[in-house]
Write a protein that binds this ligand. Structure first.
Ligand SMILES: C[S@@+](CC[C@H](N)C(=O)[O-])C[C@H]1O[C@@H](n2cnc3c(N)ncnc32)[C@H](O)[C@@H]1O
Length: 303
């Protein structure tokens, strides 16, 4: 009969063998002990550096997918259906913020004279009532912007650059009746929860955030079967979460989504109205970030 000591020793030896096997398997798979805890951080930092290079790119170096000059008519086609009406109803005391404005062409179109060859199509008539702020990480102002800003005078249109939305205080920016985002911060940020919280803090109660995001699981479930997902959300157990389901858990926000399953990439057009002040957005952490136009991202909802 084996002694208790030898059976403990036997268990230890078996345990040690198992540990050695696990280490070998883990090494063979290329997963270091450190990466088991913080899987992607160095990789994410590298990708963020690549993303910053895209922001800094100029002339022929700008990647072809990084479009910065969309017109107001393009915004009308890419944002939820109520956007044009809401823009047309702004009064002179209201403010419009465009986050991720690129060259600020949509704002220039809003101020174009009504007899101009209607670059905005039917969007925003009457136009040019409110003040507008264009925000971009990098300065993409054109001569046209500089001229229009000088003609309007009195800080009617402002162009803010040099940092991301999260780095502005509410005092610096003021409050807005409308905030738009077309392939801007919502599609590019590394912290979607913090981004949304900041947007909502800048909206007047009753004000609306109009945005869109491509390559997501659609609210109406009509994504094409071979869809490729660029922004993925998962819950704590790793199950897919739709961007609209996540947004609808925000307090003091009324969220409506228009799913575009027949577009090249499944795209959600999103309307978020702030209905009271006590806003709280469910937190998510970044699991994956791959530089691009827009970047590939994976977020996990915190329990
Ligand atoms: C692809 S361009 C889109 C420009 C414009 N909306 C258009 O459709 O032509 C992306 C813009 O988003 C800006 N951007 C990305 N993340 C941002 C953030 N967190 N805060 C402010 N701007 C951001 C970039 O600096 C750039 O101006």
């Amino acid at each position: 009969m084996r002694s208790v000591k030898s059976s403990v020793k036997g268990r230890k030896t078996a345990g040690t063998r198992l540990a050695v096997v696990i280490v070998i398997v883990v090494q063979a798979l290329g997963i270091g002990a450190c990466s088991l805890q913080a899987p992607a951080q160095p990789r994410i930092n590298e990708e963020i550096a690549k993303q910053e290079k895209i922001y800094r790119s100029r002339g022929a170096d700008v990647p072809s997918g990084y479009v910065t000059g969309r017109a107001l008519s393009d915004y009308a086609g890419l944002l939820p259906s109520g956007f044009c009406d809401a823009l047309g109803k702004l009064r002179s005391s209201d403010q419009w913020l465009d986050i991720g404005a690129g060259e600020g062409q949509a704002i220039l179109d809003y101020y174009a004279p009504e007899d101009n060859a209607a670059p905005a199509g039917n969007c925003a008539r009457p136009r040019g009532q409110a003040r507008a702020v264009a925000m971009s990480i990098e300065d993409r102002r054109t001569d046209k912007w500089q001229q229009q800003a000088a003609n309007l005078g009195d800080g009617h249109i402002r162009y803010l650059f040099g940092k991301s939305l999260r780095n502005y205080s509410r005092e610096e920016l003021g409050k807005f009746q409308i905030i738009t985002d077309v392939y801007g911060g919502f599609s590019y940020t590394q912290d979607l929860s913090q981004f949304m919280e900041k947007v909502l803090s800048l909206l007047e109660v009753g004000g609306v955030f109009y945005t869109m995001v491509q390559g997501v699981h659609l609210e109406d479930g009509k994504d094409k079967p071979d869809s490729w997902y660029q922004t993925e959300l998962v819950d704590a157990a790793g199950r897919d979460v739709k961007v609209c389901s996540w947004l609808k858990k925000t307090t003091c926000a009324k969220v409506a989504c228009e799913s575009k399953g027949d577009w090249d990439s499944p795209t959600e057009l999103i309307n978020v109205q702030k209905v009271c002040s006590d806003v709280s957005v469910p937190r998510m952490k970044l699991l994956k970030f791959e530089a691009g136009n827009p970047p590939g991202r994976r977020f996990q909802l915190e329990p």
